[in-house]
Design a protein around this ligand. Structure first.
Ligand SMILES: [Fe+2]
Length: 319
């Protein structure tokens, strides 16, 4: 509380003056381990293995983009709406997806306290299907600069690059949380994409070279730099059906070298000015069948719209 030289009839407090009692690290660690355990990747994938799908079967899955609440209270105040992530989780109940992906940046910074808060929210409103994650830069020990992903990996599983097959599609999860792709990752991509199945790639950051979905004549904020061009070339070479990315808190679509990239970063994080025109909270339903892949955008008010299948050409597009 702040003392004022005059009396006021209402209580005044500021975010930086709020003192919360901190739990002991051992207590946090213990509760975190027990709350995280059901969401470990192997356990979630095992649920899918128990209900296999033939290559001719179709199914829907859901994607939730960035949901971290914002590191700074002023951004939360200016650009955020509270409890959006929980609203998305509630809306999933009506969508009946086969599984759900969180596309990275589920916490503002990968600390035990933040993850504990996240898992509490998840267990209060559990998704109706197996829940899988892609690591984002905020899920690391620090969102920018030198950082590590030890805590994330201890909670969800040691591998941050992985793939699995489901019905007619292979889903490839790629770790771009360090704002770069290594040569080893690019080599791994060649192996992972070598399949006759349809191919979907999910990675937190978009490649920086996809600047043309920006509305402003400047580079779009965010995206991995090293490996960016090689990544888009590999996506084109293997005729990847979809690449889903987050990191930028907005929605956008672009077709590049015959590959459709969908930016879906509306899971609940502050809608900062980013240069991308369409900033709104949303989740995505992806319908997969042997005929192709269709995307539907779900809004918080319960409305939804299909993403057109034709080529999307934006104003800034320059081949
Ligand atoms: Fe991010």
């Amino acid at each position: 509380m702040i003392s004022l030289p005059f009396d006021v009839s209402w209580r005044i407090s500021f975010p930086f003056s709020v003192k919360r009692e901190k739990a002991h690290p051992d207590e946090v660690h213990q509760e975190l381990k027990s709350r995280a355990s059901p969401w470990e990747r192997a356990a979630q994938l095992n649920q899918l293995i128990q209900k296999p799908k033939a290559q001719t079967e179709s199914f829907d899955f859901a994607i939730l983009g960035d949901s971290e609440p914002g590191r700074f209270w002023i951004f939360r105040k200016l650009f955020n709406e509270p409890a959006v992530f929980t609203k998305h989780l509630l809306s999933l109940q009506n969508l009946s997806p086969d599984f759900v992906f969180q596309l990275g940046d589920m916490v503002s910074r990968g600390t035990p306290e933040n993850y504990l808060r996240f898992f509490r929210a998840l267990s209060e409103t559990p998704p109706p299907a197996p829940y899988l994650t892609v690591i984002g830069n905020h899920d690391r020990s620090k969102p920018n600069g030198k950082s590590h992903s030890k805590l994330y990996r201890s909670l969800f599983g040691s591998k941050t690059n992985y793939f699995f097959d489901r019905g007619p599609v292979r889903l490839i999860i790629l770790d771009s949380s360090r704002a770069k792709l290594t040569r080893a990752q690019l080599r791994w991509l060649h192996l992972a994409l070598n399949t006759p199945l349809k191919k979907i790639v999910l990675t937190h950051m978009p490649p920086i070279s996809l600047r043309f979905w920006n509305d402003l004549p400047i580079s779009c904020r965010g995206g991995f730099v090293r490996g960016s061009k090689a990544f888009t070339e590999i996506m084109a070479k293997y005729k990847v059906d979809r690449v889903y990315t987050g990191h930028i808190h907005a929605f956008a679509v672009c077709d590049h070298q015959g590959v459709r990239y969908v930016l879906t970063g509306g899971g609940g994080s502050p809608l900062f000015p980013s240069g991308v025109a369409d900033k709104f909270y949303h989740s995505l339903t992806v319908s997969v069948s042997s005929n192709g892949i269709k995307d539907k955008v779900n809004l918080l008010n319960g409305e939804s719209f299909r993403v057109p299948e034709g080529k999307v050409v934006l104003n800034q597009f320059k081949p």
